[in-house]
Design a protein around this ligand. Structure first.
Ligand code: GDP
Ligand code: GDP
Length: 348
C-alpha cells in the first residue's frame, strides 16, 4: 500500500537532509555570546550536565550550543530541493493544491531557520510529517459509537461512480455493524444497473442481512423509503442504501440522487472512490460534495494502490474525512482511517 509514495518521501527526506548538511555552518552568533558572558572550563562542564537534565530550559549555553551546530538554507535553495519532491508527488497523483500546501508549510519550518546539524534527518522527517498531518482534520469518527448513540434507524447513503466499490463497501460496513451487535438492513436502490440488485442480495445471503428491493427501473427513492419504513417497524439500527454509480456530469442521474437524498434524509452520505484513480477520485469527491453533499469518504482498493495520491489529497481538497480504506475483496478488508497508521504506511 502506497509504496511508491513512501519511497519518494523517504528519498525527499534524504535529499533535503543532504542539502541542509552541505550548507555552511552558522558560527558568528555564538562567539558574541561567549564574549558577553565568559564561562570557566569547570563551570561549563557543570552547566552542560545541568542543561542535559532540563532540555527545555536552555540558558545562554543552550543557545550557544544550538547555534554552533546549526545549518540554514535559503529560499532559493529550498525551491531547488522542493522541485524534486514536487515531481515525486506529482508522479504519485498528489493533487496540486496539496503540493502547494506542503511546500508552504515546509518553507515556514525550513527556510532561514537554524537547523540542528546533528538531527537534520529527524527534523526534516518530522517537518514533513507535520506538514502532511495538517492536511487532515484530527477528529476521528467512530461509526459504531455514533450508531449506538443514535435514536431510530441510522441511515447511511453510499454514492460514487460505477465500479468504485460501493456495493462491496456496503457489505463490509454491514458486516462490521453486525459484528458489533447492531441490526442492519440494506436497500437495493441501484435500480439502474442490471446485476446490482442480485449482487446486493448475494451479500445479504452471505452475511444473513435483509435486503429491501423493488424491480429494475423502479424509483430508487421509493426503495430507500421502504427500507427505512421497514427498519422503523422492525427496530433495525442501521439502513445502508446502495445507489447506482453515476458521473456527476449525468444530470438525470444526479437529479435522481438528489431525490433519494431528499426522501431518505440520510444521517451520513459516504462517497466511495477508487484510491487507484488518484486525481479523478479527488475530483469526483468534490463534484459529489458540491451537488448532493458528502460527509465522509471510503477509499476502496487502497490495497492495490502504490501511489497514494488520492489518500493524501482527498481530505484536504474535499474538506471531508476519510473514514475507511477498502483493503481487499473480502468482507473483513476494511480499515478504519487512523492518522498514525497512515503515517506508518508512508514511512514517516
Ligand atoms: P477497540 O478498537 O478494540 O477498542 O474496540 P472497538 O469496539 O472500538 O472496535 C471493534 C472492532 O471494529 C475493531 O477491530 C475496530 O478496528 C473495528 N472498527 C472498524 N471501524 C470502526 C468504527 O467506526 N468504530 C469502532 N468502534 N470500531 C470500528
Ligand atoms: P460498485 O459498482 O461501485 O458497486 O463496485 P463493486 O462493489 O461492484 O466493486 C467493483 C470491483 O472492485 C469488484 O470486483 C470488487 O471486488 C472490487 N473491489 C471493491 N473494493 C475493493 C477493495 O478494497 N480492494 C480490491 N482489491 N478490490 C475491491
Amino acid at each position: 500500500m502506497f509504496n511508491s509514495l513512501k519511497k519518494k518521501l523517504k528519498g525527499a527526506v534524504d535529499k533535503i537532509s543532504k542539502k541542509v548538511d552541505e550548507a555552511p555552518e552558522l558560527e558568528s552568533v555564538s562567539e558574541e555570546i561567549i564574549e558577553e558572558k565568559p564561562i570557566k572550563e569547570e563551570k561549563l562542564k557543570e552547566e552542560e550536565t545541568k542543561l542535559e537534565e532540563k532540555d527545555n530550559k536552555p540558558g545562554i549555553l543552550g543557545k550557544l550550543k544550538k547555534k554552533v551546530g546549526s545549518k540554514k538554507i535559503s529560499e532559493a535553495e529550498f525551491d531547488e530541493i522542493f522541485w524534486d519532491l514536487e515531481l515525486g508527488l506529482l508522479e504519485n497523483s498528489v493533487a496540486v493544491e496539496v503540493i502547494d500546501k506542503i511546500r508552504e508549510s515546509l518553507k515556514i519550518d525550513l527556510v532561514d531557520v537554524p537547523i540542528d546539524r546533528k538531527n537534520i534527518k529527524d527534523i526534516i522527517s518530522n517537518t514533513l510529517h507535520e506538514s502532511i498531518s495538517e492536511l487532515f482534520s484530527s477528529k476521528e469518527f467512530d461509526l459504531i459509537e455514533v450508531v449506538k448513540n443514535n435514536d431510530g434507524p441510522y441511515v447511511i447513503l453510499f454514492l460514487g461512480v460505477n465500479g468504485s466499490g460501493k456495493t462491496t463497501s456496503i457489505a463490509k460496513i454491514a458486516k462490521l455493524l453486525k459484528s458489533n451487535g447492531l441490526k442492519v438492513v440494506m436497500a437495493a436502490a441501484d435500480t439502474f444497473r442490471a446485476a446490482a440488485i442480485e449482487q446486493l442480495e448475494i451479500h445479504g445471503k452471505n452475511l444473513e442481512i435483509g435486503v429491501i428491493k423493488h424491480k429494475y427501473g423502479s424509483d430508487a427513492a421509493a426503495v430507500a423509503f421502504d427500507a427505512i419504513k421497514h427498519a422503523k417497524a422492525k427496530g433495525i439500527d442501521v439502513v445502508l442504501i446502495d445507489t447506482a454509480g453515476r458521473l456527476h456530469s449525468n444530470a438525470n442521474l444526479m437529479g435522481e440522487l438528489k431525490k433519494v437524498v431528499r426522501i431518505s434524509n440520510p444521517d451520513l452520505k459516504i462517497f466511495v472512490g477508487e484510491s487507484i484513480t488518484g486525481n479523478d477520485c479527488v475530483e469526483q469527491a468534490v463534484a459529489f460534495n458540491e451537488s448532493v453533499g458528502i460527509d465522509g469518504i471510503i477509499l476502496s482498493k487502497a490495497d492495490v494502490d502504490e501511489r497514494g495520491g488520492a489518500a493524501i489529497s482527498i481530505s484536504y481538497v474535499s474538506g471531508k474525512p476519510i473514514l475507511y480504506f477498502g483493503t481487499g475483496q473480502n468482507y473483513g478488508d476494511l480499515e478504519r482511517f487512523n492518522l498514525d497508521k497512515f503515517f506508518s504506511n508512508l514511512g514517516l
